[in-house]
Each structure stands twice: as structure tokens, then as C-alpha cells.
Design a protein around this ligand. Structure first.
Ligand code: NAP
Length: 292
């Protein structure tokens, strides 16, 4: 992917050391948002370096020795921390990574963040303090969690148990995240902006599961549970304990209604409304996401 030439339509990047013919580093470039961002960049002729433990060179958030090779000669970077920016210790890693990027002249950094999470907000502060030309995409729950992530198995099994009660969430489509990340990495006008990335309406998890079930043509029930019950179920389903624990604790914090409001990030960044959850379920079902 590194050999592609930049397109003439790509606006120049505000980078003093590297230029637009250098690749953009897309961390988790094989993941939900990164894969779609890589598609958009390559379609427009922007060279890309996929940041992943299986990439060339390999990139691992938990192995600082891999950061330098991944950042070498890069024009800009998309930061999607895995497993989750809300996990303990994430902000220290983002702070150190952003500092190394600045040392290497990679000025433009676009961070994917989460809403209502203290650790994610600490990462946002670390990025803002780093001196980078930063943009932050602070995202709500992904719609694609139901088809490409931890809720796919439960949908196929017919029971989605979550510690979410009847709280409402404005699920965001990751296609919109990729569109905004693409804009922030390739256009002027997004530096120093924090975009609250949500869908256009609030849905309870019961309503979202019903829309998924209808589109999938399956019987799927939503069952509210406690964070402890969620963690036990996740471990039983094969999620490693070191991920299930922090994940359920994070759900216990953020699914208390604090995020039950809409953000205008998609509209502000792109000048168009965010994609609706109904469009997401139609597209995912047509692509066979819930065929099993
Ligand atoms: N899911 C949500 O609802 C939601 C909502 C708001 C914000 N977020 C944020 O979204 C971010 C994740 O973005 P995403 O969902 O687009 O990514 P993702 O789909 O979770 O990315 C998965 C990829 O990350 C790579 N990866 C795993 N561990 C890694 C490591 N230690 N170092 C480097 N790469 C690693 C893996 O590739 P390899 O195996 O090849 O390394 C994997 O293919 C998180 O920070 C989370 O906080 C998520």
C-alpha cells in the first residue's frame, strides 16, 4: 500500500518535516474504523501504512520499540488505541506515543476517543498538550458493535445481555467515523477540533436490538444485567479475563445515562447529517452480517 501516489485533489498537509507523498499511519488499520479509513485513503491515492501487530513493520501499542519504525517517514497518523482508550494506562501510552510522533516530525494526529470515559479524556488532554496538530473524534457506541464486534456473537445466539438498563444511546455508524477521520487527515480546517461523533437519534438497547433482529430476520432478546453478570458471561464466552473485567467496569460507568444526548460532530465536520441506525441495519443485513 505504500507505493501509491497521492491524488492531486488531496489538500496539502500542514507538516513541516514530512510531506503528502509520505504514508499516513493508520493504527488498527485492519479494524472497524481503520479498515474503512484505509479504503478511503487508498481510493484517493493517499499512501497508507497499516499499523497492526501483523503489519510491516509490526506496530504494537504495548511495545514502544515498534513505534519508531511505524512512525518513520510518516506524514500524519490516525490513533485508534486497542483494546480500548477507556482501559487503565491508555493515556500514558497515548502521551508517550504523541511525544515520539512530535519528535519525528509527524505533526498531524487524529485520535479516536470515547464519550464519558475519564481515561479517554485523559488521553485527549495528553494529545492536546503534545504540541501536535490534533483532531479528536469522540465517539458514541458503534452501530457495528452488533455486526463486527462483541455483540455479534450474542445477536447470533439470540440474547444480548448488557448492563445498560433502559439507557438511551446515539449509536454512531463507523462509516461516518471513517469519513471524518479521512477529512481530518487530508483537508485543512479540522486541526484543534473536537468532534462529538454520534448518530442522529437516541435508541435504547432494547430498541436497537429490535431493529437488528428485524433486519436480521432472527429472534433476538435484549436482557439487562449487572456489570458483574456481564463480565462472567463474557469470560464464559471466551473473552480474556483481563479484557472482560475492564470492559464491564467501563460499561458500568458509561451506561448510566451520561451519554444519552446527541453530538453534532458529523454535521460540523462534513456538513451533512449522520447516518441513521436503520440504514446501518439494512446495509449490514444485506451484506450478510447476521447469516451466522
Ligand atoms: N466499539 C465502540 O463502540 C467504541 C466506541 C467509542 C470509541 N471506541 C474506541 O475505538 C478504538 C478501537 O477502534 P476500532 O474499533 O476501529 O479498532 P478495532 O476494530 O478494535 O481494531 C482491531 C485491530 O487492532 C489491532 N490490535 C489489537 N491489539 C493491538 C495492539 N496491542 N497494538 C496494535 N494493534 C493492535 C488488531 O490487529 P493485529 O491483531 O493485526 O494487531 C485488530 O485487527 C478504541 O480505542 C475504543 O476506545 C470504540
Amino acid at each position: 500500500m505504500e507505493a501509491l501516489a497521492p491524488s492531486a485533489s488531496t489538500a496539502p498537509m500542514t507538516n513541516e518535516t514530512n510531506d503528502a507523498t509520505d504514508p499516513v499511519l493508520v493504527t488498527a488499520g485492519n479494524g472497524k474504523t481503520g479498515r474503512r479509513l484505509v479504503e478511503r485513503l487508498t481510493d484517493r491515492g493517499v499512501p497508507v501504512r497499516v499499523g497492526s501487530r501483523r503489519g510491516a513493520p509490526p506496530f504494537d501499542w504495548y511495545d514502544e520499540a515498534t513505534w519508531g519504525p511505524a512512525l518513520a517517514g510518516v506524514s500524519a497518523a490516525y490513533l485508534a488505541f486497542t483494546p480500548d482508550l477507556g482501559f487503565p494506562g491508555a493515556s500514558g501510552i497515548i502521551r508517550a506515543f504523541a511525544a515520539e510522533a512530535q519528535d519525528r516530525g509527524v505533526r498531524r494526529l487524529v485520535l479516536l476517543s470515547g464519550r464519558g470515559e475519564e481515561e479517554a479524556e485523559a488521553s485527549e488532554r495528553a494529545l492536546r498538550d503534545s504540541g501536535a496538530d490534533w483532531t479528536i473524534l469522540r465517539a458514541s457506541f458503534f452501530a457495528q458493535d452488533f455486526s463486527e464486534h462483541f455483540l455479534l456473537g450474542p445477536v447470533l445466539d439470540g440474547v444480548v445481555a448488557l448492563p445498560a438498563g433502559d439507557v438511551a444511546e446515539p449509536f454512531v455508524d463507523v462509516e461516518d467515523i471513517a469519513d471524518v477521520a479521512f477529512a481530518a487527515l487530508t483537508e485543512d480546517g479540522h486541526v484543534g477540533r473536537l468532534y462529538e461523533m454520534t448518530g442522529p437519534r437516541l435508541l435504547t438497547f432494547a430498541e436497537a436490538v429490535r431493529l437488528v433482529a428485524e433486519a436480521a430476520g432472527r429472534d433476538v432478546a435484549y436482557v439487562p444485567c449487572t456489570p458483574e453478570e456481564y463480565a462472567a458471561g463474557a469470560v464464559a464466552a471466551g473473552v480474556p479475563e483481563e479484557e472482560a473485567g475492564p470492559l464491564s467496569e467501563m460499561f458500568g460507568r458509561v451506561l448510566d445515562g451520561r451519554n444519552a444526548h446527541l453530538g453534532d460532530g458529523v454535521e460540523r465536520a462534513l456538513g451533512r447529517p449522520a447516518r441513521d441506525f436503520a440504514d446501518y441495519v439494512r446495509t449490514a443485513a444485506a451484506a450478510g452480517a447476521w447469516k451466522g
